[in-house]
Design a binder for this molecule. Structure first.
Ligand code: IPD
Ligand code: CA
Length: 276
């Protein structure tokens, strides 16, 4: 398996970089944007970049399944999960904070992650058991364990329940944590992996937002909740991610914010959270 995984990592890294260059070209040229649903942007670039990634993966690995944000797809035993442009609202507003995300899930477990941020020329790569790298150099999640010095991203989209989001935010602020948000789940996750933020939580995310980032964080020595737990891994779920030393405080603070909701149910993939 590790030879097959290494082969796929090398391929995904090169496809991710090329796809990002295409996304950047389209960003600089400017492409029309529209809404899929309230505040959920899509641009011509999303479809074009996804089509490019799909065609390269299909050509190289015809037996692997492919699921993407724009064109969907059916999962298989081994499934590539693609977000062609994460941070599309940033992209559509001319904010250069977006990334291409390519993850691989094998029998329900995320095993490989590649994220490319084309406007920074940062390529993040990881596969199970192999460590996490930015442009070929090892990176590590933060060692922060103290909420009073922590910087955490709390993401929001209209798909998140607003009351739960506000309660979560209130608990995190009460704990003395500095809160920011980049507008891209993929960016939030690579920041946790490289230790430039200490944690990230969002109440409703899709598999393409997180499949690659989860592997990056884990391989950088961080922790995430088990997004792909259970039998139905392709629906919307919450996610928590942080440095390993911050797992206790982060899960306690976020659990308190979510108390009384069914979001603590293991079926939502936050099983390992502290619930007492
Ligand atoms: C979105 C971003 C955003 C998150 C949303 C996602 P998109 O993905 O990751 O940060 O809050 O839930 O849908 O639309 O930019 O690919
Ligand atoms: Ca996304």
């Amino acid at each position: 398996m590790s030879r097959e995984l290494d082969l796929r990592l090398t391929a995904a890294a090169s496809i991710g970089r090329e796809a990002g260059q295409l996304a950047r070209e389209l960003f600089e040229r400017g492409v029309p944007a529209k809404f899929k649903s309230p505040q959920d942007y899509v641009t011509e670039a999303d479809a074009r970049v996804e089509a490019f990634i799909r065609s390269r993966l299909n050509e190289l690995f015809p037996d692997d399944a492919v699921v993407g944000e724009e064109a969907g797809g059916e999962p298989g035993r081994r499934t590539w999960i693609i977000d062609p442009i994460d941070g599309t609202a940033n992209f559509a507003h001319g904010v250069p904070q977006f990334g291409v995300s390519i993850g691989l899930v094998d029998q329900g477990r995320p095993v490989l992650g590649v994220v490319y941020l084309p406007t920074r020329d940062h390529l993040y790569t990881a596969r199970s058991g192999g460590g996490c790298f930015r442009n070929g150099r090892p990176i590590h999640a933060s060692a922060c364990a103290d909420p009073a010095t922590a910087y955490v991203e709390i993401g929001y989209s209209p798909r998140s329940d607003r009351a739960h989001y506000l309660r979560l935010l209130e608990n995190v602020l009460d704990a003395g944590i500095l809160v920011r948000w980049s507008g891209s789940a993929v960016l939030s996750l690579v920041q946790v992996a490289e230790g430039s933020s200490d944690g990230y939580c969002e109440l409703f995310l899709n598999p393409w937002d997180v499949a690659a980032g989860i592997v990056l964080v884990a391989e950088a020595g961080g922790w995430t909740s088990d997004f792909f737990a259970g039998s139905g891994p392709y629906g919307g779920r919450p996610l928590l991610a942080c440095g390993a030393a911050f797992r206790g405080p982060m899960t306690r603070i976020c659990s308190e914010g979510l108390r009384g909701t069914d979001l603590l149910d293991p079926a939502h993939g936050i099983g390992p959270l502290v619930t007492t």
